[in-house]
Design a binder for this molecule. Structure first.
Ligand code: PMP
Length: 427
């Protein structure tokens, strides 16, 4: 990066969760292809993050590129009010076919956080239409993360989330403990007692919102499918809507196409994002059942009150359509199992390191939880020096490689991770 470019970046651009005067290293990317990211100084990094869990087919995929070029020649954008187009129609058909059967209606928006806000608004309008306008509060799980907009923040973890800072701006929602029952284990009814009590005592709950099976940004925690089944049963018992935020888990990451499939349940509303476009463009979708949609339609004002400018952008829909077809027409389940095996084998050696608390793997997600928080500057540098791109947070070093990563490259990635974990990069 030239000195003047670096100065513009430093002085004028905010990066995610950063200070304008930050002196954390920032790397200029020249290009990316397959699972490799090329920096402007010529170095190449193996991608362990899939660009925050999106780029499942890697970068610069020929089929994705070709589909987007074809679409670009037709139109890059057209307003969705009063118009429709083939990419949106075809994508919708695919999403309705692939997601659990009761989900039949699709609302497109720009990002995961907005998809969550849209889901929350759907739940509120659903109850409004039913004459229960007091139902405007939400219940969610502690250690959950649903995004950075005001609505999404209000259902994200109250401690690690930004509730103190935005105290007076956020709705006061309710929280139940993070499920302690591990993935693959049963879950006693006792674990849901507080949720039952909340449903029982409050008549103002619109929905329970949760990340099914994997609580991602809140701690990379994998919990019991039985817990998820039991939340569905409780929601049914008390007539509360269930919103599944599959933004991090959708499209195979956990070994099933959707994390809800581990529990064989269907939510009333589901949020998709991130991997939806294979990491090419920003797009999110909020899916709802016929019941949710027709109830909203039947009430006052008889329409759903949301409509983003770039709703169902044709380029983004084309990317999503192409990415999903690539995925479902590939032996993706075997592939995720292969990556799961590689992550298990590769990260196992971290278990013996003194400052490691836990090592866990599910699907194409590998997590090394440390006893102390990492020092971002030195750990990022250590990974880059080893030729890999891994971006830890807090006490968590985790890998979410693109699904196309071969075994040898995965081995290089996990070996580098194990070496960095063994070194001293801690506060
Ligand atoms: N929900 C979950 C489960 C997420 O992991 C994220 C992003 N990490 C979001 C919502 C927010 O998505 P976006 O960053 O696209 O707004």
């Amino acid at each position: 990066m030239t000195a003047s470019m670096s100065s513009i970046d430093r002085n004028h651009i905010w990066h995610p969760y950063s200070a304008m005067n930050s002196d954390l290293p920032i790397y200029q990317v020249e290009s990316a292809k397959g699972v490799r990211i090329k920096l402007s100084d010529g170095r190449e990094l193996i991608d362990g993050m899939s660009s925050w869990w999106c780029a499942i087919h890697g970068y610069n995929h020929p089929a994705m590129n070709a589909a987007l070029i074809t679409q670009l020649d037709k139109m890059s954008h057209i307003m969705f009010g009063g118009f429709t187009h083939e990419p949106a129609i075809e994508l919708t058909k695919l999403l309705v076919d692939l997601t659990p059967e009761p989900l039949q209606k699709v609302f497109y928006s720009d990002s995961g956080s907005v998809a969550v806000d849209v889901a929350m608004k759907m739940a509120i309008q659903y109850w409004y239409a039913k004459g229960q306008s007091q139902r405007q509060r939400f219940v969610s799980l502690r250690r959950g993360y649903h995004g950075d907009t005001i609505g999404a923040m209000s259902v994200s973890d109250p401690e690690t989330g930004m509730h103190t800072l935005f105290k007076h701006a956020l709705q006061k929602n309710l929280f139940v403990p993070q499920p302690e029952c591990h993935f693959g284990e049963p879950c006693a009814d006792q674990a849901l007692q507080l949720l039952r009590d909340i449903f029982d005592k409050n008549d103002d709950i619109a929905a329970l919102i949760l990340e099914p099976i994997v609580q991602a940004a809140g701690g990379m925690w994998f919990y019991s499918a039985e817990y998820l089944q039991k939340t569905r049963t409780l929601c049914d018992e008390f007539g509360v809507l269930l919103i599944a935020d599959e933004i991090a888990t959708g499209f195979g990451r956990t070994g099933k196409l959707f994390a809800c499939n581990h529990a064989g349940i269907s939510p009333d509303i589901m949020c998709l994002g991130k991997t939806l476009t294979g990491g090419y463009l920003t797009l999110a979708a909020t899916l709802a059942t016929d019941d949710v949609a027709s109830t909203i339609d039947s009430g006052n004002p008889g329409i759903f009150m949301h409509g983003p400018t770039f709703m169902a952008n044709p380029m983004a829909c084309t990317a999503a359509l192409t990415s999903i077809k690539l995925l479902v027409n590939s032996p993706w389940q075997e592939n995720i199992l292969r990556i799961e095996r590689g992550l298990r084998k590769g990260l196992e050696r971290c278990k013996d390191v003194g400052h490691v608390e836990d090592v866990r793997v599910l699907g194409a997600i590998g997590v090394v939880e440390l006893k102390q928080a990492v020092l971002m500057e030195s750990i990022t540098q250590a990974f880059v020096d080893k030729g890999v791109w891994v971006r830890p947070f807090g006490r968590l070093i985790y890998l979410m490689p693109p699904y196309i990563m071969d075994d040898d490259t995965l081995d290089i990635l996990t070996s580098a991770t194990a070496a960095v974990v063994a070194a001293h990069c801690f506060s």
